[in-house]
Design a protein around this ligand. Sequence first.
Ligand code: HPA
Length: 281
Amino acid sequence: MLQPLQEQIAEATGFIRRQLPDEWSPQIGIILGSGLGSLADEIQAVASLPYSSIPGFASSSVEGHAGRLVLGTLEGTRVVAMQGRFHFYEGYDLQQVTFPVRVMKALGAHTLVVTNAAGGLNPDFRAGDLMFITDHINMLGWGGQNPLIGPNDAQLGPRFLAMNPAYDPELLQLGLKIAEECNVRVRQGVYIVLAGPNYETRAELRLLRQWGADAVGMSTVPEVLVARHGGMRVLGISAITNMALAESNEPVNHEEVLAVAEELRPRFLRLMRGLIARIGT
Ligand code: HPA
């Protein structure tokens, strides 16, 4: 008998498969962060499904998040992309936030490319930079919020999950090479997740930087945990949409985040196309 989570995954996967050509399965899962969703428009889609139509999916509402699952081919690679994601700060629990990753894996994706908008804590960074995530700090988990809490289904993954490394070192090296070939300058650094939805105080920013984080955001880590739990390889990219420096008196705002995401979009798309072309197999 299937465990409850497996049943939900099977139901969602069955629904999605019925919309796909026979034998079609994705190689790579992609999660597109705030302001970065336009990559999904470039996929030669075999199916485009609003989250609200998929059994077990919650529905996404925030500005800058369209809320659909797009399956199709990009640069010769079969992908399943989330255009818009679920955030903890919207009131979803982390099971809901990460359910799509379980489904991507069940559909056949062996690799997850996860993206987000983030604030730059590293003073060498600039708004508009792109950063490969080398590692993360899970403040949601420290606060008792982790999608892996609860009964563990050993068929889905291990009870005690090793997270060193969390982000695939070989993919990261390949990513750096591809970025150079695509002529896109990339940074590397540690991503720290907070629950949000408010941006950080100056005292918090000072602390996060002292802890060794280079970028701060409100997503990604729960999805990465579930991807790793399911044995997927993970590559993470943060778009630094604003600087988040303790010394600054400039308040961050969501409009600025979206405007900078717009400005860096051509570089982001070039990098993503290069990556997707090369990491399919
Ligand atoms: N802090 C937290 N999350 C963010 C930020 C920030 O400065 N920018 C974009 N997402």
